[in-house]
Design a protein around this ligand. Sequence first.
Ligand SMILES: Cc1cc2nc3c(=O)[nH]c(=O)nc-3n(C[C@H](O)[C@H](O)[C@H](O)COP(=O)(O)OP(=O)(O)OC[C@H]3O[C@@H](n4cnc5c(N)ncnc54)[C@H](O)[C@@H]3O)c2cc1C
Length: 293
Amino acid sequence: MQHDAIIVGGSYAGMAAALQILRARRSVLIIDAGLRRNRFASHSFGFLGQDGADPARIAKAASEQLKAYPTLTWIEGTAERASGVKDAFVVTTTDGRRHEGRRLLFAIGVVDELPAIEGLAERWGKSVFHCPYCHGYELDRGRIGVIATGPASLHHAQLIPEWGEVTFLVNGALTLERAAHEDLAARGVAVEETPIARLDGHSDVLLADGRRLSFAGLFTATRNAPATPIATSLDCEIEETPFGTQIRTDSMKETSIPGAFACGDASRVPHSVSLAVGDGAWAGATLHRSLVF
Ligand SMILES: Cc1cc2nc3c(=O)[nH]c(=O)nc-3n(C[C@H](O)[C@H](O)[C@H](O)COP(=O)(O)OP(=O)(O)OC[C@H]3O[C@@H](n4cnc5c(N)ncnc54)[C@H](O)[C@@H]3O)c2cc1C
C-alpha cells in the first residue's frame, strides 16, 4: 500500500502534522521510536492548556486522538533509510520492512550533546536544564548555576538572571573578554573560573579546588543535531544553527528534496513543545496542499 504521507517521528511535531493530513481524509503512516527529547523530565511547562503536565501524558492523549482516525497507520519502530523521489518514496525500517509514500515528513527531533561532567547526565531534565522559559520559574528566583559549553553560553548567562541569582561556571569552555566581564557584573552575575570536578546532590557543583556551590538548579546550553540520520539518508541538506545543526527547510517546511518535508526541533530553532506543535501543524497543511496542487 502507498500512503499519502509517511511521517517519521510521532511526537508533538509529527502528531500535529498528522492531525491536519488525517482531517483531510488522507492516509498517513507514522513510524515512531518513542524517544521524545523531553523523556528525562517529569513535567512540561509553557504549553498552553497543559502547563506543568507530564510530557508523556500530553503525547499519549494526542496519540489516542489521532488513532481514532481510520486512515492512520502507526508503527512503533525505527526508520533506517529513506529513498526515492516525490510521489514514490520508500522508507525502510530496522526490521527490514519497506513502506511506500507519496510524501515524507521528518519530525525526528534532536539529540542533546551534554557536557562531559560527572553527575550531569543523570540530573538532565531533573535539576539540569537548557531552557529557562521551560524550567526557570520553578527555581523560585533561587541561586542558579549556568555551566558554559562554548561562546554561546555567554548569552545564556546574560539571559538567566531574569529567573534568579546567577553564577556563570566557565569551566574552561570560553574566554571572557573584559567587556563580557563588565556586562555580566552589571547584571549581577558572579563568574566562577575554577573547573568543575563533578555534580553532587540535587544540583551542587563541586569545584576542582574542593569548594561546593549549591544551587536551586543548573542550566547548560547543549549542542543539537537531528536525532537520527534518516533525512541525511535521503540527501536532505543540513544547515548550521547557533545551537548545532538542523534539516534545512523553506517557508513551506519542504526540505532540499522535493516532496520531503521536516518540522519540529529537527528543522527549526528555538525549541519548545508549543513551537514544535505549531511547526508541525503548518508542515501538515503544506504537505497536504502539495498533494492537491
Ligand atoms: C530535559 C528537557 C526538558 C524539556 N522541557 C520542556 C518544557 O518544559 N516545555 C517545552 O515546551 N519544551 C521542553 N523541552 C523541549 C521539547 O522536548 C522539544 O521542543 C519537543 O520534544 C520537540 O518535539 P518534536 O516532536 O520536534 O521532537 P521529539 O519530541 O524529540 O520527538 C521526536 C520523535 O521522533 C522519533 N524518531 C527520531 N528518529 C526516528 C527514526 N529514524 N525512526 C522513528 N522514529 C524516530 C523519536 O523517537 C521521537 O519520538 C524539553 C527538552 C528537554 C531535553
